[in-house]
Design a binder for this molecule. Sequence first.
Ligand code: GLU
Length: 210
Amino acid sequence: MCGIVGYAGPQTPSTTALDVLLEGLARLEYRGYDSAGVALVTPRGLASAKRAGKLERLREALAENPLPEGTVGIGHTRWATHGRPTDANAHPHVSYDGKVAIVHNGIIENFAPLRAELEDAGVELKSDTDSEVACHLLARAYNGEDESGTAGDFEASALAVLGRLEGAFTLLFTHADHADRIIAARRSTPLIVGVGGDGMYLGSDVAAFI
Ligand code: GLU
């Protein structure tokens, strides 16, 4: 289990979410990790970048292909439990419709049947992780493609998905159509929430806040 950072700032950007996320991830480096990534909710939809290796590799990727600015974002340093340390297995994971991004610390124990269910529904999974199922399940619930009855409701869809997950996790969810929020959840793993004058901060370790 490694590190998570989230930031939901004011809608007129004084601080860009990306700067906050990279700073927070740098403060989590001491924990050790094998990959890093970020996703931003921008006026043009979700934008994300992720790389196996050190945070420096992510910074290089961002310098080559800058992301549009966003005021809400999530970041992750990964310590692989399911799937090798590769770019594809790094977090965030983005749903089949490109609208949901998630980061996850911990292990989703029942990922295999959930993965099979998604594949049966025609969803093409892009990683070997246990985590990726969470973004697709949320998209299906939100899009009214499953039995949850939560179509169009981001929070209810997230709750429906969380109720289906077994294991220990800290999870952050963002949705392209909800540029003002991050949904955060934890079960048997840490999650710290900080409210500041310039926004709301989330972290899996108090070091991210210092
Ligand atoms: N189990 C997830 C993975 O292998 C998350 C690992 C973590 O906590 O960094 O991608």
